[in-house]
Design a protein around this ligand. Sequence first.
Ligand code: WQD
Length: 332
Amino acid sequence: MRILVTGGTGFIGSHTVVRLIENGIDVTVFDNLYNSKITVLDKIEKITGVRPDFRLCDMTDRDSLEIIFKEAHFDAVIHFAGYKAVGESVEKPLMYYDNNITGTLNLLELMEKYNVKNLIFSSSATVYGIPDKCPIEESAPLFCLNPYGRTKLMIEEILRDLCIADKDFSAVLLRYFNPVGCHPSGLIAENPNGIPNNLMPRIIQAAKGEIPELKVFGDDYDTRDGTCIRDYIHVVDLADGHVAAVDYVIKNKGSIAVNLGTGNGFTVLELIKTFERVNGVKVPYSIAPRREGDSMESFADTRLAKKVFGWETKLSVEDMCRDAWKGALSYE
Ligand code: WQD
C-alpha cells in the first residue's frame, strides 16, 4: 500500500509518517517547507530505518503537484498541508484562502483525474467555534471565528459535496483537539518557524528562559481555577489515529467527521503545574487579559473514533509534558 502525505515534514505530518512506515505502509511525502525543515526526513529515517520518498512541492503549483500523481499510484492521501496560525490568518486572509483552499482544490482535482478516491483530511476542533457544551459531539453546530478555521470548515464542506457528487469518493475528516508532545526519541518535535502561538511551545520557552514569563490569557473564566480548559492529545496518539483511519477510509465510501481527542479537559494552570512536576522545572508566568476568540472550555466526545476506528488515546498528559520537554532539549 502507498499513501501520499501532504505536509508530511510538519509537526503532525512527520509523526504520522513515522507510524505509517512502522505499520508497513509505503509513504510519499510532499511539502513546501514553509513551516518545517527538510532535515525532518533524516530524523524519520533514524527512527524507522526508512527514508520516505520526498517531493519539494507547493500545492498551489498544480503542474508540479501533477508530476507526483504521474509518478506513482496512491491508495490514499493524508492531507496535512496548509497554513495554520490563527493570528496570521486574521492579518493575511487572502494568503490563507489561496494556499489552503486553492491548494486543496488542486489536490482534489488531481485525485479525481488519477482515480485516487480515499482522503483523510486534517481538520480541527476549531470548526466548533465556541462550543455550546462539552464533551463536544461531531454533530455539534459548526462555526468559525477566524480565517484559518474557516478554511478548515470550507474544506470539510467541499469534501462533503465531493462525496455526494462522486459516490466512489471516501473522505474522513479528523477534528484534532490540542496536539502536544513529540516522539519519545525527541528527534521530531513541534518546531514552528517564527514565534509560536500555542500554549505548550510557550510553556517550553518560559521554562528554558527564552521568554521572561508565560502570559496566561485570563484567570476569570467560570472554570475550576479560572483558566481555560482544553483537550490536550499526545501527537503520537494523534498519529495512530490517522493510521487507524486508513483502513476505514479504504473500506468505506462517503464522508465522515471524527473527533481525535482524549475526552479529558485540563486547565492552563493544571498543564503548567503538570509540566513543572513531571520535568522538575519552573515555568514563570503571570496572568494577562483574556485572548480574543478563546473559548472557555473545549474537550472531545470520543465515542465515534472508538466505534469506527477502534482507536482511543493511550498516552497521559504527563507523557505529553515529559516528551515535549525532552524534544525541546534535544531538538536541533
Ligand atoms: C490553549 C489555551 C489559551 C498561549 C489552537 C487553534 C486550533 C488548533 C490548536 C490547529 C487557551 C491559553 C495560550 C499562551 C495562554 N490548531 N494560552 N498563553 O487556542 O485551544 O487552539 O491550537 O488546528 O485551531 O485555535 O490552543 O495552545 O493557542 O491555547 O494562556 O501564551 O492556552 O488562552 O486557553 P487553542 P492554544
